[in-house]
Ligand binder design. Sequence first.
Ligand SMILES: NC(=O)c1ccc[n+]([C@@H]2O[C@H](COP(=O)([O-])OP(=O)(O)OC[C@H]3O[C@@H](n4cnc5c(N)ncnc54)[C@H](O)[C@@H]3O)[C@@H](O)[C@H]2O)c1
Length: 357
Amino acid sequence: MTTTYRIATIPGDGIGLETTPAAVRCLDAVAARYDLRLAWEDLDWGSDHYRRRGRMMPTDGLERIVGADAVFLGAVGDPEIPDAETLWGLLVPIRRAFDQYVNLRPARSLPGIRPVLASGAEVDLLIVRENTEGEYSRVGGRSGTGEHEQASQVAVFTRRGVARVTRYASELARGRRGLLTSATKSNGIIHTMPFWDEVVAETTSAGPDAPELRSVLVDALAAALVLHPERFDVIVASNLLGDILSDLASAVTGSIGVAPSANLNPERRHPSMFEPVHGTAPDIAGQGVANPVGQIWSGAMMLDHLGETAAAAHLVRAFERVLASGTRTGDLGGDATTDSFTDAVVASVETSAEEHG
Ligand SMILES: NC(=O)c1ccc[n+]([C@@H]2O[C@H](COP(=O)([O-])OP(=O)(O)OC[C@H]3O[C@@H](n4cnc5c(N)ncnc54)[C@H](O)[C@@H]3O)[C@@H](O)[C@H]2O)c1
């Protein structure tokens, strides 16, 4: 019997309008092979919606997608609208309302992509970014004028928030190489980061076969990720530090254009959301040259989350085969367009042998 999943689809802005339909084609192709139906519910939310209606999404936006099996997002951001409006008007409300407290961002070497670094070591790591609190808070404000003008921003860390993201990361590390690295900055940020360190250490040591925990200052960690990315397995980080480290890690593996992410509500009380790490890339938007791999791979993570592990693996193998054959978009030194790369992935999905879950 065909299984149907209802997917709320928000292409958003910029290259999101190009990569999302590209990934939808690939996902439909793989769904057809595994007797699945993806019922896409297209939502034109984003910066154009903001220009027309003064809001990034309708007032009842969250209610309209709460019943979906998953949310599939391109990217949001527009050079003419402050990022605080676009991000806090769409992305952040979805992450918070649906308690998507884990932002999972894999970074690994892909076939056919020449590593940026001379060492050429194989990279296979997972960044687990806390996604609902920390440095991204609304607490703070601006006051004063002239040279006395000032701004403050309060980072909010809770025991529950740090512990639950650490539990998720520890569990992942246990199922892999057993190494958990915690990104910190407790030498400079003297209240929240020592608290982060304490709760991470307590939570990690709690369970049986606890992973080996290393707490590393984020500046040293950034340097180590460039020099020896192969030494890392799972990295757990706060909202801001995880955001920065995941762009760095994906650039090390070849391009930010290939990096996927999942905003997860691990308890599955609410829908999770899948989106590439990259933004709207205004410098290349509208040219049809964006790399769709980050979006396609995010779609594979969505299938995996829905329990369709064989279909997810089939899709990953399909884009890996295309990359291995030398077909690449401009960010990776090739001349494929978004469409021609996508055509090749669809063909690879249709012609390759099925994976068994
Ligand atoms: N989750 C999101 O929706 C999200 C994430 C990051 C940034 N943004 C927004 O996107 C806008 C642009 O941000 P930015 O320029 O800092 O980051 P960006 O990720 O959009 O672009 C950074 C660089 O990487 C390149 N790039 C990104 N994705 C690519 C792809 N798929 N193929 C080829 N090249 C790619 C771009 O051309 C650009 O040179 C801003 O408004 C920002 O707030 C949104």
